[in-house]
Ligand binder design. Structure first.
Ligand SMILES: [Zn+2]
Length: 328
């Protein structure tokens, strides 16, 4: 257990977490979700689920009592005039990737709570019949009921120990860690498991659904085209990912797109070169996937932090995560 966790544990036993929560600073808090629904029912990766529909509704009801829920347009006003934020505790609600449950499940719940949200779309997944790599891997592991996996480039096998969700997470982590071409690794996994390559239909939104959400007050931003890790690409490929996704969203939806969220989004997945490319491609702000409270948002507008929403998270879990977060 690290020092921060020990401190959190002691303070929580002493009843101090509530005190910390009450004293959380003003600023912009942002939450990030991916899929909404029952993770037991998916043929893809259950690790991409953030919460059920009931939990989303409960999260929103709670957030509304604690924060001013704002749209990305208001965030842009704070960037232009940061002093506006010093008196307010605001929150933006964001979704990444573009799964169909965002439209089918999350959108009606957002509307019923009358709150705006931003949806960051990996445009290569829209209107495409091919599953993203993480859902392919999850499908093979479940469908072939594999008990152990080891690709040639791995040092150790990953073994199934009774928890399929965890098994999938470990295999995906190993695949990401090798740095080898993803498609090549999937192909190897298909071969060693004698998988015939018949995947289920992808579960992503279509252009019409995105258009309807935008018309009803939601913001649509880009999340690259191929969902590749940008820091691993050449300058030319980075520009393609940023500009092509922007172009497709603008063309299909007839809107201006100037907000971005980094695929995967931890610190190693973007860098100064990616930020320069965002600026030169006409983006005005970008979100990472690292917890933290945003305060100096004019200076950090290409590095805005977000808190993850995890399955079965309670308001107390959320309060604890946020109470100990760094302010940027
Ligand atoms: Zn993503």
């Amino acid at each position: 257990m690290d020092l921060k966790r020990i401190q959190m544990k002691i303070e929580s036993l002493m009843g101090l977490t509530g005190h910390r929560w009450k004293n959380t600073p003003n600023g912009l808090y942002s939450i990030n979700l991916h899929r909404v629904g029952d993770l037991e029912k998916t043929s893809g990766d259950p690790n991409v689920f953030s919460c059920t529909e009931e939990q989303l509704s409960a999260h929103l009801a709670f957030m509304k009592t604690q924060f001013d829920i704002v749209s990305l347009n208001e965030v842009k006003e704070f960037i232009a005039q940061p002093s506006l934020l010093s008196k307010r505790r605001c929150m933006t609600i964001t979704f990444d990737d573009g799964y169909a449950d965002n439209y089918e499940c999350a959108f009606p719940i957002l509307k019923s709570h009358n709150v705006p949200a931003a949806f960051f779309i990996a445009t290569g997944l829209i209107g495409n019949s091919v599953l993203p790599w993480w859902d392919k891997v999850a499908y093979i592991l479940k469908h072939k009921q594999l008990k152990q996996v080891q690709l040639k480039s791995w040092k150790h096998p990953v073994c199934f120990k009774g928890d399929m969700k965890l098994f999938i997470r470990h295999v995906l982590k190993e695949i990401k860690a090798t740095g080898m071409e993803l498609e090549q690794q999937i192909q190897e996994l298909e071969e060693i498991s004698a998988f015939q390559g018949l995947y289920p239909t992808p579960e992503f939104m279509d252009w019409e659904q995105l258009k309807l959400m935008h018309q009803q007050g939601m913001t649509i931003g880009a999340h690259s085209h191929h969902h590749y890790i940008l820091s691993a690409l050449t300058d030319e490929d980075i520009l393609f990912e940023l500009q092509h996704s922007k172009h497709l969203l603008e063309k299909h939806l007839g809107i201006n797109v100037n907000a971005f969220s980094y695929p995967v989004g931890n610190q190693s997945t973007y860098n100064d070169g990616v930020i320069e490319a965002l600026k030169s491609s006409g983006y005005e702000l970008a979100f990472n996937f690292r917890p933290g409270v945003n305060f100096h948002i004019d200076k950090k507008r290409y590095d805005l932090h977000r808190f993850p929403i995890e399955p079965n998270m309670t308001p107390d879990d959320f309060k604890q995560m946020v109470s100990y977060a760094k302010v940027y």
